[in-house]
Write a protein that binds this ligand. Structure first.
Ligand code: UD1
Length: 361
């Protein structure tokens, strides 16, 4: 059985790697091929993750690059269609919620190919997020839906997807987290930053593309940096916006250390020793829950409610006052320890490959 696995942007690479690692443990009936769309192309946004996760060279690199949503999605569709027509995969596997996920699932389905979506069913119920549109459309046309948390099962059923298509397998990204923690055990793992410190990541268009919203978040970070050193690896989108809104000088004048985007291992080494994490990333809400690090999510909603209900995640909103209120609580020690959600155990890729290959589990 020929599987074509699609990855395009930074948050995809940690979700495909475990499939390749697990494939070597007795799945000779599955032939795994990799397509990299090139949605992310900078070394620090892409190639470095192949090294960290020991992912094989892609069979195809589509080199689509950046553009508007329509341009980027369309370019991926045109190029991926050529691959599908030539290779005729038995199953196309897409992960997450980026434009590459949407583009490749539509392309495959229109060619009447089977599609599997890993990380299906997550919903923020916020249609202003491009990722929410990508998730809903991808799920609606996928044949196999692999779900990370129980809310995903309910969301998919509500949208009319059949129970037989839905498989609760756990969180594949956590397979990569455990893989990387093992790797770090065998290396010296210090970032040379004196504890305690807070780690920040920001890149959502709703947070960084609007001057007023971004200014308010930066004001909160500056206030926080008066209490604790803040380390902020900056996404290319955010770097451009901070510069164009004239916020860079403000940051540089305070106890905030800006860093270039980091490799997964460098970044893990940083945040796993942090006092807290402030982020608008999806994946980091889940990863901090697994390692029990307090996480303030700088958004109005999350598509990952299990991290709020069971983990260490707190929805802090985007206003300065709310962010500071929750920050103060954490500094006073008012934090719940949380627990690791069901099936986030490092064996999700194994469950997925077992289901795809029709083995009994
Ligand atoms: C994309 C995903 C988002 C994910 C994020 C993680 C979509 C709709 N969004 O957002 O869900 O959380 O990746 O990073 O797919 N750029 C570079 N170098 C690169 C890639 C991008 O400089 O390697 C710059 C370009 O100017 C580009 C901008 O960053 O226009 C945004 O990139 P894009 O892929 O459009 O979306 P992200 O904001 O990265």
């Amino acid at each position: 059985m020929k599987l074509y696995i699609v990855a395009g942007a930074r948050p995809n690479f940690m979700k495909i790697a475990p499939l390749f690692h697990t494939h070597t443990t007795g799945f000779d009936d599955l032939d795994l091929c990799l397509v990299h769309t090139g949605q992310h192309y900078d070394y620090q946004m892409s190639k470095v993750f192949f090294d960290d996760f020991d992912i094989p060279e892609p069979n195809y690199f589509l080199n689509v690059g950046s553009g508007t949503h329509a341009e980027q999605t369309a370019r991926i569709m045109v190029e991926f269609e050529k691959v599908c027509l030539q290779e005729k995969p038995d199953l196309v596997v897409v992960v997450g919620d980026v434009n590459s996920t949407l583009a490749c699932s539509i392309t495959a389905k229109k060619l009447k190919l089977q599609v599997a979506h890993i990380e299906a069913g997550l919903r923020s119920n916020d249609m202003t997020m491009p990722e929410e549109i990508n998730r809903i459309i991808t799920d609606s046309i996928s044949d196999l839906l692999f779900v990370t948390e129980k809310s995903g099962i309910e969301n998919l059923k509500k949208e009319g997807l059949k129970e037989s298509q839905i498989h609760f397998v756990g969180n594949i990204m956590i397979d990569s987290l455990y893989y990387s923690l093992n790797k770090l055990d065998n290396s010296s793992s210090e970032q040379g930053i004196v504890s305690p410190y807070a780690v920040v990541t920001l890149h959502r268009p709703s947070n960084v593309d609007n001057k007023q919203v971004l200014s308010e978040i930066i004001e909160a970070l500056i206030e926080i940096s008066r209490n604790i050193h803040v380390v902020f690896p900056v996404h290319p989108r955010s770097e451009k916006k901070l510069e164009s809104f004239g916020l860079m000088s403000l940051i540089n004048a305070n106890n905030i250390t800006l860093k270039k985007p980091m490799s997964y291992l460098e970044f893990l080494t940083l945040w796993k020793h942090a006092k807290l994490v402030l982020t608008d990333s999806g994946g980091l809400q889940e990863e901090t829950t697994v390692l029990g690090i307090p996480c303030l999510t700088i958004r109005q909603n999350t598509e990952r409610p299990v991290t709020l209900d069971e983990g260490t995640n707190i929805l802090a909103g985007t206003s300065k006052d709310n962010i500071l209120y929750h920050f103060d609580n954490i500094m006073k020690g008012n934090v719940e320890s949380g627990k690791i959600p069901k099936l986030w155990d490092g064996k999700t890729a194994l469950r997925i490959l077992n289901i795809i290959s029709g083995r009994n589990i």
